[in-house]
Ligand binder design. Structure first.
Ligand SMILES: NC(=O)c1ccc[n+]([C@@H]2O[C@H](COP(=O)([O-])OP(=O)(O)OC[C@H]3O[C@@H](n4cnc5c(N)ncnc54)[C@H](O)[C@@H]3O)[C@@H](O)[C@H]2O)c1
Length: 419
């Protein structure tokens, strides 16, 4: 089949419609399956996200349509070992059917293996499989595999083509989009410094197949929903309304609802990344809830997944914003169209099955101390992403301490008097 003819189904004249698009984009039917393609116009590195149930079984034709040559090409599939048996065979078969010569490398998806040692193991596997500069690396896994394999692709022979096939919701709507790749580094005093070495390396295409999520543990699925809630608060409007309407179905893992959500949610990040690929400005807005969230995530006693910590962090940020922007006395009540943002955020996250308070009353001072290490801080000054209202998010530099503490108190952090 001619890839040129296939490409005409997505004429470039349609593309402006997608830029900054939030909400449910139009679908394209191909055979019996419905597919959405979101161009991500990163300057000099245009890429795209293809959302399609059953997409892994037709990887060859999707790549052909994206003008990614596959016939006789050497391909290394780097797969999360825990899903290698369930998900890799269909990808490998589809690639081989399209003429590729495929080798598979398995890695364990743990923060401890998100390391240069694992990158070296992938380089070795690529050498073993005789990948040259025309080789292709396919990352099949969650954000962890995507980050490590992506960094290996960015550096092997000074960079080879990369295709991301994310297998977690978090990776489908967030980690596989935007080109950030990297590994953790061992800190001098012990412990792991997250994502301290890496590179920007855009995939040629990302393929999101919601059917892969049926094997994902529900806790991991809901952790991914936290990033979708974040996108909804940033964008407001149709995405927020759709997420609220589908919240309970999504929390239960309804694949049709997930398939609808993925393109709408991912398009928020795609649009921001296209405008600010190297995080020089607007991309920082995607850190909503993350300054509080990262601090909470690093408290070992809490044992929270990243997405769970982000959910609690979003609640803290919403209460902090309430104190910072000081809405007038007598502001709209719960259930009204303009009910307080924090109330709406908490209700949404609860319906998505996410925590909205810390499971233990960690002291405010401890969380506040950890917030001091956030990467967004400049010259020791705290910078927070806060929402004035749904769909209106901004970076606040050096917020008054009492507004930060109001956020921490709201999520159950113990004040000095309680200690
Ligand atoms: N590059 C970015 O922009 C970016 C953004 C956000 C997060 N990240 C990174 O992503 C990583 C977290 O990614 P994640 O949340 O996708 O988790 P993950 O990749 O660590 O996977 C979570 C767990 O789910 C398992 N798993 C993955 N897919 C599965 C499936 N389909 N069925 C069953 N089990 C499955 C994994 O084995 C693992 O145990 C972190 O390392 C984080 O730093 C990167």
């Amino acid at each position: 089949m001619s890839s040129t003819r296939e490409k005409q189904r997505f004429p470039t004249t349609q593309r402006p419609h997608w830029r900054g698009c939030v909400g449910t984009p139009p679908r394209t039917d191909e055979g019996t399956m419905s597919e959405i393609r979101i161009p991500i116009d990163v300057p000099g590195h245009a890429t795209s996200l293809v959302v399609r149930r059953g997409g892994v079984q037709v990887v060859g034709s999707i790549l052909a349509r994206e003008s990614i040559a596959i016939d006789a090409r050497r391909v290394l599939v780097v797969v999360d070992a825990s899903i290698a048996a369930t998900h890799a065979p269909r990808v490998v078969t589809a690639l081989e059917r399209a003429g590729a010569r495929v080798a598979v490398h398995e890695m364990r998806a743990r923060e401890e293996t998100k390391s240069m040692r694992e990158v070296e193991a992938i380089w070795s596997a690529a050498l073993e499989a005789r990948l040259d500069r025309g080789g292709l690396l396919v990352a099949l896994g969650g954000g962890l595999v995507g980050d490590v394999a992506g960094f290996a692709a960015a550096t092997y022979l000074r960079g080879i083509d990369l295709v991301q096939i994310p297998t977690t919701l978090l990776a489908m709507v967030d980690a596989s989009i935007g080109g950030k790749t990297g590994v953790n580094l061992a800190l001098p005093g012990g412990g792991l410094g997250k994502n301290l070495a890496g590179a920007f390396w855009q995939p040629k295409v990302t393929i999101a197949d919601a059917d892969l999520l049926t094997t994902l543990p529900v806790r991991e699925l809901r952790a991914g929903l936290a990033e979708c809630a974040k996108h909804a608060v940033i964008a407001g409007g149709a995405l927020l309304a759709a997420l609220e309407a589908d919240a309970r179905a999504l929390a239960a893992g309804d694949v049709s609802a997930l398939d609808r959500l993925i393109p709408a949610s991912a398009s928020v990040k795609a649009a921001i990344v296209a405008r600010d690929p190297h995080e020089l400005g607007e991309r920082a807005l995607l850190n909503l809830g993350h300054t509080f969230g990262h601090a909470i995530e690093t408290v070992p006693a809490l044992q929270l997944l990243h997405g769970e910590a982000v959910a609690i962090g979003m609640v803290a940020a919403a209460h902090c914003a309430h104190a910072y922007f000081a809405p007038p006395v007598g502001s709209p009540s719960v259930g009204s169209p303009n009910e307080p943002l924090a109330v709406r955020v908490e209700r949404l996250l609860s319906q998505l099955g996410l925590p909205i308070r810390m499971p233990l009353p960690i002291p405010q001072s401890e969380i506040r101390h950890r917030m001091g290490f956030d990467k967004k801080n400049q010259g020791g000054v705290l910078r927070l992403v806060l929402a004035r209202k749904m769909g209106d998010v901004t970076v606040v530099t050096d917020p008054p301490e009492e507004t930060v503490l109001a956020g921490l108190a709201a999520i159950g952090a113990a004040g000095e008097s309680a200690m």
